[in-house]
Design a binder for this molecule. Structure first.
Ligand code: ADP
Length: 191
């Protein structure tokens, strides 16, 4: 079993890469952003709550996100492993994830960050916003707020995973295939 955290700022390419890696390594991909958007689309209570934060470029509160993630893992008891995309984003979430893994005799094997600079990321997100219609991608001030949230709440997790000896980073600039290749190298060196 292999459990990975894909890490990086908004627009770094986590979702795109997770879609390739899940096929290549037969893993279940859990994207917290996708689960929130699914709930928003279906008008659930969770969706309504999440929307009020997402539309401002803020993080959804920890407990809501942690409970949702737990439920997603429990829906997949047969999975050969997971790719967590967009989770954890805070210290409390990282600790909750370790707890969840421990309770199931599982562990996070590696956290892999996709690196790219802010100007490129903003360009990518504004492009994505035109196609996807995602409201949080269409407004530069919301995007900047997401970067601030990342710098303040998520970046400290680099140290959290470094102290566990699990942090890896790859250059997130290049073709999609090139980047999949870089990630695959890290994953294969774990086995
Ligand atoms: P991106 O990483 O490109 O910003 P996501 O689809 O991963 O896009 O997330 C979109 C939004 O969903 C985030 O800006 C945040 O509001 C919410 N969200 C996603 N994951 C989490 C999380 N782990 N904790 C809190 N909020 C989250």
């Amino acid at each position: 079993m292999i459990n990975l955290v894909l890490f990086g700022k908004p627009g770094a390419g986590k979702g795109t890469q997770a879609n390739f890696l899940k096929e290549k390594y037969d893993l279940k991909h859990i994207s917290t952003g996708d689960v929130f958007r699914f709930n928003i689309k279906n008008g659930t209570e969770l969706g309504t709550l999440a929307k009020s934060f997402i539309d401002k470029g803020e993080l959804v509160p920890d407990q809501v996100t942690i409970d949702m993630l737990n439920a997603e893992v429990e829906k997949n008891p047969e999975a050969k492993g997971f790719i967590f995309d967009g989770f954890p984003r805070t210290n409390a979430q990282a600790e909750a994830l370790d707890c969840l893994m421990e309770g199931k005799n599982m562990m996070i094997h590696a956290t892999i960050a996709l690196e790219a600079n802010d100007e490129i990321l903003i360009e990518r997100l504004l492009e994505r916003g035109k196609i996807s219609g995602r409201s949080d991608d269409q407004d530069e001030s919301k995007i900047r707020n997401r970067f601030e949230e990342y710098n303040e709440k998520t970046a400290p997790l680099i140290e959290f995973y470094k102290s566990q000896g699990k942090f890896h980073s790859v250059d997130g600039i290049g073709s999609i295939e090139e980047i999949t290749g870089r990630l695959s190298k890290v994953i294969e060196a774990l086995q």
